[in-house]
Design a protein around this ligand. Structure first.
Ligand SMILES: Cc1ncc(COP(=O)(O)O)c(C=O)c1O
Length: 797
């Protein structure tokens, strides 16, 4: 650590720091190099506070550093440093670290008596060329490189151990609380208070959590003074004097704390370093959560140590107090932000950085050959008809945030999957799932808190009397149960749905799903079902340039009710998908729902809001799609994003409606609402709230839509851009006046985008609508990437 120039154990720090450095002349150094290490060189002194180092430029052109250790130095620590260097050179030979030079008879150390009769250990290491990071202009790519280097170094050290590894060290973050006895030296009382607060917090909150994290021998000082750069980026790391066995994440906190203060956007620098690290060694969620505290601790340590050391060495004040002001400013800033802000930024950065470990592994397998064999086995076991996306199917091996990683190690921007709505494999959700699965999983016939808490949380988002939750396992099941509830409550048996609706796959709900019903294969809808046209203002029977097109569409409900009546049915329920996904993605026009609901209720039916696609904040301005229309449904069905991919779903309705069904029969779902599902559901709600994903859906969705609208000025194929939040439909037409659907072109665009690394879907009755509904962690940069790729695909098809 540069503030004191050296590192050392707390127990011996006073001794080593106070024990004068060895005092050999340049000529003596040259003689040692020649006699002990057979290096014929000229020696030039290098700076060191407590040791003595010489750069040796050898006659044969080689470049070395002769290191004469302080006589008070613990030989076991020198042994550890040397053996760590040898270990790294063996496991990651490409890594830029000093190489150990042995004596001609193979000894790693040489002992020499100084002019003052004290014995010193001498070592020779190779001299690493390059500029110190502290003298380089810091930019995000360089910061990322620092993270990558830190991770590679730690990875190379992961199999290394030494009996001296768990020693006392002044710069060990886990031992920082010991600095409390030094804080009296901090003159500025406000600063002293801040440092003490950090150390107290470390003791009470951070250390207990650190104890549960993975630990190993780490470098612990990848700082500006120890990192070398060249024009390619980070080229090496020197000074292994702070090696220690400690939680892995402590290693990362060092460069972050050092570099954050060096850039006008400290969080951006922290995220770059973290993303670079994560790409080599994926960080655990708890590690990410603790980084902010560890960075604050490192700043507090630097302030405390400098203020203490300067008391003994006022003559060296400029050097010792060098970084104190920056540390103080950063610490104050971090306290203002709170830990959450940094965690959220780091987590997001990690979500978009792809693990090299996985990609390296995946590249090792022959991806294409493997895919062909999988496709064949899939045909045999799942049937040849089971649909696959894209002409060139995607073989996925991993998901992370907005990314899907294929078997060749390529990361694809996922702009299609709304189910992992808080991001693929969100660590919080995964952890909740794993923890609960390892604790208890049972069913709702037993008492457990989480199902009640979860029902509380869900119903708290609902208006009116929608206060009872019934938990099931899929959107289809939820709509099936809604159908039974509606029939029991109304005593009717008719259903009304949109012409191209899709509500699921059970026998009852298939009747309510003309989109998949097989009408094009000659199947007729069931007698108890009537359809209404989707309120499509772009290509539907009533266009949005008609002022009352909402009413015109709502009046279609009268015809549907009359049609049912003519067949001997009254409506039990009117089902509506609030984003009309299978109709081509659209938001019903203002006023439509209120009028339509009135008509259905007047005919004795219930109104079912199917939020399986639109729910959980996706539409941006509201948590539920129906809330944009100022109506209260009788039944709301939830699915897909509810469990971020776990099979879960729910029906939320009124006590009176539930009571009607219970008069007829019981309700029980073996796995619906089980403790694992509830833990996951609660974690999803937490993440949505904490990461403000609904607001992000509104913001990024708005940006994305306007970018695509701008593209429409160049690409006449784009007929309409619509949707809400991060659920967007882009309708492609061959002719903007006839609206001839560009069905083949839509498929070609989606396939080309897939090749270019962006996944979107296709929907709508004419299969000419690009369906864009990414995980909600999709951000502005992802939106730009998608727009660029869409632009390119439209140019190329
Ligand atoms: C609007 C809507 N409702 C219900 C479902 C059925 O959900 P699941 O596939 O989970 O049964 C779907 C599925 O795509 C859907 O889009």
């Amino acid at each position: 650590m540069s503030t004191t120039g050296d590192s050392q154990s707390e127990a011996t720090v006073d001794t080593v720091l106070e024990c004068p450095a060895p005092r050999f002349s340049g000529q003596e150094a040259e003689a040692i190099a020649q006699q002990a290490f057979a290096i014929h060189a000229s020696a030039a002194p290098l700076a060191s506070e407590r040791d003595q180092n010489f750069r040796l430029r050898a006659n044969d052109g080689s470049d070395w550093v002769l290191k004469i250790a302080n006589p008070a130095e613990n030989p076991a620590l020198l042994d550890m440093q040397t053996r760590a260097l040898l270990h790294i050179a063996q496991v990651d030979p490409e890594l830029g670290i000093p190489r150990v030079k042995a004596t001609p008879d193979g000894a790693l150390f040489h002992e020499i008596e100084g002019p003052d009769q004290r014995l010193c250990i001498v070592r020779v290491l190779s001299f690493l060329p390059g500029q110190l990071l502290k003298d380089a202009a810091l930019h995000p790519a360089l910061a990322r490189d620092v993270g990558t280097m830190t991770a590679r170094l730690a990875r190379a050290l992961s199999g290394f151990f030494h009996p001296a590894a768990r020693h006392e060290l002044l710069w060990d973050l886990t031992q920082a609380a010991g600095l409390r006895k030094r804080t009296q030296h901090i003159q500025d009382s406000e600063c002293r208070h801040m440092v003490e607060q950090v150390l107290n917090h470390l003791d009470a909150q951070v250390l207990p959590r650190l104890k549960r994290l993975r630990a190993q021998v780490i470098h612990n000082d990848v700082s500006c003074m120890n990192t070398l750069v060249d024009d390619q980026g980070v080229s090496g790391v020197i000074d292994f004097g702070d090696l220690i066995h400690a939680p892995l994440v402590c290693d990362l906190a060092v460069p972050i704390s050092e570099l954050m203060g060096e850039h006008p956007d400290p969080i951006a620098i922290a995220t770059e370093i973290t993303a670079g690290y994560h790409a080599v060694t994926p960080l655990e969620d708890e590690e990410l959560r603790l980084i902010s505290d560890l960075v604050a601790t490192r700043c507090a340590m630097a302030i405390a140590v400098a203020n203490w050391r300067v008391c003994d060495h006022p003559e060296n004040s400029a050097y010792i107090m060098g970084g104190v002001e920056e540390n103080q400013t950063l610490l104050a800033q971090m306290q203002e932000w709170g830990g959450k802000r940094m965690y959220t930024a780091l987590r997001r950065a990690c979500a978009s950085s792809i693990s090299m470990a996985v990609t390296d592994f995946a590249r090792g397998t022959s991806a294409e050959a493997n895919l062909q064999s999988l496709l064949e086995r899939r045909r045999q076991r799942l049937g040849p008809e089971l649909e696959l996306f894209y002409d060139k199917p995607v073989h996925v091996v991993r998901g992370e945030g907005v990314w899907l990683i294929d078997a060749a190690g390529r990361s694809l921007l996922d702009a299609y999957n709304n189910v992992p709505s808080v991001g693929h494999c969100h660590p919080r959700v995964v952890q909740a799932l794993a923890r609960q699965a390892a604790t208890l999983n049972t069913n709702t016939r037993y008492v457990y808190e989480s199902v009640i808490e979860y029902a509380d949380r869900l119903t708290a988002t609902m208006p009116g009397d929608l206060s009872i939750c019934m938990f099931v396992c899929s959107g289809s099941e939820a709509n099936d149960l809604a159908w039974r509830l509606a029939k029991a409550h109304t005593g009717n048996a008719g259903g009304i749905v949109m012409e191209d609706a899709y509500h699921g796959t059970t026998d009852a709900v298939y009747d309510l799903s003309p989109a998949e019903y097989g009408i094009e294969r000659g199947r007729e809808l069931a007698k108890h079902i009537a359809t209404v046209p989707a309120p499509d203002g772009y290509r539907g029977i009533f266009r949005e340039d008609h002022a009352d097109h909402a009413d015109q569409y709502a009046r279609c409900l009268d015809e549907a009710i009359a049609s049912l009546d003519s067949r001997g049915f009254a409506p039990a329920a009117f089902y509506l998908d609030l984003i009309l996904a299978s109709n081509g993605v659209m938001v019903p026009p203002p006023g439509y729902l209120a009028t339509a609901f009135d008509k259905v209720r007047a005919a004795g039916g219930l109104c079912v809001a199917d939020e399986v696609q639109s729910g959980f904040g996706r539409t941006g301005d509201h948590f539920w799609g129906f809330q944009a229309h100022d109506v209260v449904p009788d039944i709301v069905t939830l699915g897909k994003p509810i469990g971020n991919g776990l099979s879960m779903a729910a029906v939320i309705t009124t006590p009176a409606i539930v009571a009607s069904l219970m008069k007829e029969c019981d309700f029980f779902s073996t796995t619906g609402g089980n403790p694992v599902a509830c833990a996951v559901g609660l974690a999803v709600l937490d993440v949505l709230e904490e990461e403000k994903l609904q607001a992000r859906a509104a913001r990024v969705g708005h940006q994305l839509r306007s970018q695509i609208e701008t593209l429409a000025q160049r690409h006449s194929l784009i007929g309409d851009v619509r949707g809400a939040g991060l659920f967007i439909g882009v309708e492609l037409v061959r002719d903007r006046s006839t609206l001839e659907p560009a069905t083949q072109e839509t498929a070609a665009v989606a396939n080309r985008m897939r090749e270019l690394g962006v996944l979107v879907g296709i929907d709508g009755p004419h299969s000419n609508v690009l369906k864009i509904r990414p995980p909600l962690v999709f951000d502005e940069n992802h939106a730009l990437q998608l727009t660029d790729v869409l632009d390119q695909a439209l140019r190329e098809i």
